[in-house]
Design a protein around this ligand. Sequence first.
Ligand code: UTP
Length: 288
Amino acid sequence: MQVRAAVIPAAGLGTRFLPATKAVPKELLPIIDTPALQLIIDEAVGAGIDRIVIVTSPSKPSIEAYFEPSDEVLSKLRSTGRHALAKRLEAIGRDVQVTFVHQHAPLGLGHAVACAADVIGDEPFAVLLPDELMGDSSLLDQMARLCESTGGSVVGLKRVPMQEVSAYGVIDPSTEMDASGVVQIRTMVEKPAIEDAPSDLIIIGRYVLTPDVFAELEHVQPGSGGEIQLTDALRAQAAKGPFHGVLSNIARYDTGTPLGWLSAVVNIALDDPAIGEEFGRFLRSRVS
Ligand code: UTP
C-alpha cells in the first residue's frame, strides 16, 4: 500500500523557545520568510504525500490561521502588482489536503500521533516532527518506499558521537547497514546510559509507520511526566515484524532551540539565490 498520508505533531508547548513561543508557535517561526511548518509540508509533498494531518492545540490557533484564505492581503498584493507573492499565498495548502485534530493536553509524542488515528485510518503514514528541518525530501521518500516494500515501519537515523547517545532514542541493529543506509532493527532504547547503548545510531524526527502502531499506542503506559512515548509503541512493533532504519547524510537542523533555529536560518540564507550573496558579505564583515 502506498504511503500517501502524514501526521505533523505540532501541539507541544515549545518551552525551549520561550518567551517567543508564548505567542508564536515554534512551528511557525520563519526560516527567512517561510514558516518552518511550510518547509515540512513541502518535504512531505516531495515524498509523495497528498494528505496531511496536523495535530495542534486549541491554544495555538495561528497554526490553523496560516491555512485560511487571506482575501484582503491578496487584493492588496494584486492591486500593487505583487502577483508572484499573491500566487505564493494562494498556493498554501493547495497541493495537499490539510486536516487538523486537537490534542487537548501535551501528553507526549505517542499521544499526539494517536490523536490522528481516526483521520489516518488503516493505511501506512509518515510522521514528521516539525522542529527538525531536512535539506530535501530524499530521506522521507526512501523511507516511504522501504515501508511499501517491506510492509513494516521505518525510522530515520543519525549517527552521533557515543557520548551524546543518552539524550536520544537509540536503535539496536540486527544487521549490518547496507550501501543505501538501510539497517534492520531488533529493538530500541530510550535515553540509555552510554555503557548500555546498543549503537551510536539515534532515531530522528522522521517515521513511516504501519497503522498497527495505533493499537500498540493504546497499550503504552504513561512514562515520566505522564507522557505517552512513541518509542514504546515502536519497540512493540519491532518485536513482531520487520522494522528498519535509514541513515541519510542530507542536511538536518533542529529548529526547536534558538541556536538550532539560528543555525538553520544562517545556512539556508547563505544558499538562497535571492539574498545569499549579500548575506554572506554581511556575515564575513561581522566575523572578520
Ligand atoms: P518536542 O518535545 O520537541 O516539542 O516534541 P515541545 O514539547 O513543543 O518542545 P519543548 O521541549 O517544550 O521545547 C517534538 C514535536 O512533537 C510535538 C511538538 O509540537 C513538536 O513539534 N508534540 C510533542 C506534540 O504535538 N504533542 C506532545 O504532547 C508533545
